[in-house]
Design a protein around this ligand. Sequence first.
Ligand code: CTP
Length: 418
Amino acid sequence: MAVFNSLRRRASREGLAVYLVGGPVRDAVLDFPVANDLDFVLIGDAPALAADLAEELGGEVTVHTRFGTATVQIEGGRVDIVTARKEVYPFPGSLPQVSAGTLEDDLARRDFSINSMALPLSGDSPEVIDPHGGLQDLERRSVTTLHPGSFTDDPTRMLRAVRYEQRLGFQIGETALSEMKQTLAGGHAGAVSGDRWRQEFQKIFVEDRAAEMLLRAIELGALAAVHPALTDGQGLTKLAGETGLAPSDYLAALVVSLSAADGDGISRRLNLPADWARVVRDTMALKESESEISGPSVMTSKVCSVLDGLDPDAIAASARISQDPLVAERLHRYLDEWRLVSPDLNGDDLLSMGVPPGSKIGEVLRELNSAKLDGLVGNEDEERALVHQIISRGSWSPGDGGLLNGGTDGRPREPGNT
Ligand code: CTP
């Protein structure tokens, strides 16, 4: 409100031609809460106005010279001010060439009619400026482009279309759907950089209906245009209807049924940062070894040996996506309990009991931990007894027919009975 009021004051006092545009106008008309990100168009010098605002209200300005735009971060909110501009796309999927323009030019360069309305900040009872029928499309609940070349100019708008459609409960209009088909048939998605695609995925991943958005994008063939392997919605179907999920859940759901080579291909195509690439890799690795941790009689130590070293976000996502309730439960228990288990004895205790220094200490600690996870030892005395058995066994490699295959009483116990 402080920003809004300051701009209104400037508009009436100094005759500044400034307009609220895009999402905030759309949401205000729909009577939805307006987000803390406000977009303004100015007929004039946007970076200079941003600097004035930041000086008056306190805030930090970032100027993007190429587009004549500026962003002010103020009290947890973000204000984008752009100098009204005309855009020309030299070739499909390229970044636009920008030149100064009128408000009409600025509205005409936008993606959909519902995002191409403006509200002047001057005057006592300002009316929405709506040259592209945005108000009517809001009423018709339709996502409609402004011109037939919109998706070809900027193929990322295909993902934006499904985002608005699913978020607002609208429909992508028939004409827009056939324009999308033409863009897909023309192979124009390939011209868009991975960074730009990733940014649109990121916007989807933080939406409540992200799974539905991605499923719709698969149905329309828009994801296959980003990478040909993105055609399977099985993982996403499990997430539909759920809210409050992490971006990594959706990423994992997108890739869970793919081959490792396709997973790597997608990480490269979207230029994923290292932590996301790891979610992709580990989700697929876990899927590969899922059969080892499914079925009724799997030892807890086996579950842990499969999961140790995998990314916890990938494990959490896999628990949500898995079709097997027993696997899902084991993944949850691993994250909540089993990965936190450690033996009561430590390395010093083992040394003082006669385990030789060096790698043997680690081996025995791991064997103790496995025994504890499997319920074969339940307290420090039982751990000591096991260490003595290992020492007398004289064999240091776990899993060689030693104690992991039977309890101190020779009988394995129930998995997870710790
Ligand atoms: N825009 C566009 N084409 C794009 C990206 C953005 O035409 N590829 C225009 C739209 O008019 C949009 C405005 O720029 O309303 C602001 O874009 P952005 O801040 O990216 O909007 P989002 O945050 O993605 O969406 P919203 O706030 O509407 O949910």
